[in-house]
Design a protein around this ligand. Structure first.
Ligand SMILES: Cc1cc2nc3c(=O)[nH]c(=O)nc-3n(C[C@H](O)[C@H](O)[C@H](O)COP(=O)(O)OP(=O)(O)OC[C@H]3O[C@@H](n4cnc5c(N)ncnc54)[C@H](O)[C@@H]3O)c2cc1C
Length: 466
């Protein structure tokens, strides 16, 4: 009997779509080319990076903060193989969790490369060359993304690594050169900095974290510099000489000019990710892609070929796991005759460094260029009681509210636990709240979230603790 839905790819977009469709009564199969489910996020992305960020943060805290709080544990020592084993265990538990959820929801799974033969037909080719064809009413493409390559720099995943190689280094490099000051470069740079590496970040643009609020990025760069990271902005890595014991990176001004060499033990190329459609048969099936290789969809996630949909990193939009998940749910609901929808104006974005950066909605730069009048409410963690006792006073909350209606247009947080705190801002934006609504909502004391309330009060210049 044919399937109602075949999902190609089991990352956060694909697996969530499959489970939601099965919950809604569809007969669903998932095709995955890798040995484990969960895609980039669970295997080589969100989950392993957060395991190393968490462990390395505690290691750094043990070195700096424990003594101050009266905890004497001696000098913290690093056991890198054990830390890697801790990370791998976390990944293993998560990917097995997806396999469990597939069984629980009666989602059938096929291991192999999925190729679209045309509307309603997907070929699955296993590693041993055996192929079978699945017939289905609808297909969802959720094949995700791959590491973006840098011209003149070959990634060998040993000394010149992508994020995947940077998650499995067997020794702390003396010097790590990170190419790209985006989220992934700064997160993995932070991990290795905390574990003892000297970290130099080269960024083509004149600022770090492109796309995020500029004030946030500027202050955050200073915090990272205090942690010992160094930055070469407006610069590019032209090529790498790997003939010697140490790598030699040729770093030139972005605008052109004489190169300087920077030596490093490991170079991490973290200049972004590109949509992945290799072997999928997109061209043969006549599925349209844009100039960046992303699958083109309409507002209901439909490609130009009937009954073929696409979600996640392989389409336009922020390359985030929760965005892929939300799209997976929306498509499953659309396929079941419901009104699935994603509100792209309220998708939070988190950088899991220390302190964390979290944002939802518009930046000041976006509001200015759109000509929207806004008020700013800002509150620093130095004035928050909980942050003071926790010794985490770096950072602030900034709320941008429409000058005419007071509606919240953007919230930006730099601070410990910002990633958890942004949830209330996302709900506020989803519900169309005004800054006044946040200000009048009771926030438990003493918590860091009181800084969100105070920033909302500050929109009308009536913060209490400042
Ligand atoms: C180091 C790192 C850290 C990250 N941290 C975060 C984070 O903290 N938070 C966050 O929101 N996002 C994070 N991301 C981004 C996040 O991982 C992606 O946005 C997310 O995984 C996209 O989900 P997806 O389902 O679209 O694709 P993917 O997760 O890439 O999954 C696609 C799946 O499709 C399979 N596939 C591809 N082609 C075929 C085919 N033809 N046949 C069968 N199977 C196929 C692939 O093997 C893969 O399993 C991180 C990424 C990286 C690299």
């Amino acid at each position: 009997m044919p399937y109602d839905l075949v999902v190609i790819g089991s990352g956060p977009g694909g697996y969530v779509c499959a489970i939601r469709a099965a919950q809604l009564g569809l007969k669903v199969a998932v095709v995955e080319k890798d040995k484990t489910f969960g895609g980039t996020c669970l295997n080589v992305g969100c989950i392993p990076s957060k395991a190393l960020l968490h462990a390395s943060e505690l290691y750094a805290e043990a070195g700096h903060l424990f003594d101050k709080m009266g905890i004497r544990v001696g000098k913290a020592a690093l056991d890198l193989p054990a830390m890697m084993a801790f990370k791998d265990e976390g990944v293993d538990g998560n990917v097995k969790g997806v396999a469990f959820l597939f069984r629980k929801n009666k989602v059938e799974t096929f291991e192999g490369i999925g190729r679209i033969l045309g509307a309603g037909r997907v070929e699955v080719r296993a590693a041993n060359g055996r192929a079978e064809t699945l017939d289905t009413k609808a297909i969802v493409i959720a094949t995700g993304s791959d590491v973006a390559r840098l011209g003149g720099v070959a990634i060998d995943e040993k000394r010149v690594v992508s994020s995947t190689g940077a998650l499995v280094l067997d020794k702390v490099p003396d010097r790590l050169l990170v190419v790209g000051a985006g989220v992934i470069g700064l997160e993995l740079g932070s991990v290795w900095r905390r574990l003892g590496a000297e970290v130099v970040v080269v960024e083509f643009l004149s600022r770090i974290l492109p796309g995020m609020d500029e004030e946030v990025a500027r202050q955050f760069q200073r915090m990272l510099q205090k942690q010992g990271m160094t930055f070469r902005l407006s610069s590019k890595v032209a090529r790498i000489d790997s003939s010697g014991n140490r790598l030699k990176a040729f770093v030139e001004p972005a605008a052109g000019g004489a190169p300087e060499t920077v030596e490093a033990d490991i170079v991490l190329v973290a200049i972004g990710r590109v949509p992945y459609t290799e072997g999928l048969g997109v061209d043969a099936a006549g599925i349209k892609t844009d100039d960046r290789g992303r699958i083109v969809i309409d507002p209901h996630f439909r490609t130009n070929v009937p009954d073929i949909y696409a979600i996640g990193d392989v389409i336009a939009g922020p390359m985030l796991a929760h965005k892929a998940e939300d799209e997976g749910i929306a498509v499953a609901e659309i396929l079941s005759g419901q009104a699935g929808h994603v509100n792209y104006d309220a998708i939070p974005n988190v950088v899991y460094t220390f302190p964390e950066i979290a944002a939802v909605g518009k930046t000041e730069e976006e509001l200015k260029s759109a000509g929207i009048a806004y008020n700013v409410g800002k509150f620093p963690f130095t004035a928050n009681g909980r942050a003071r006792i926790n010794l985490t006073t770096d950072g602030f909350v900034k709320i941008l509210a429409d000058a005419r209606t007071d509606r919240v247009l953007g919230v930006h947080i730099v601070g410990a636990d910002a990633g958890n705190m942004i949830a209330e801002a996302a709900i506020a934006m989803e519900l169309g709240a005004a800054a006044e609504d946040i200000a009048r909502t009771s926030h438990a004391h003493p918590t860091l979230t009181e800084a969100v309330k105070e920033a909302a009060l500050a929109v009308e210049k009536r913060a209490i603790h400042m």
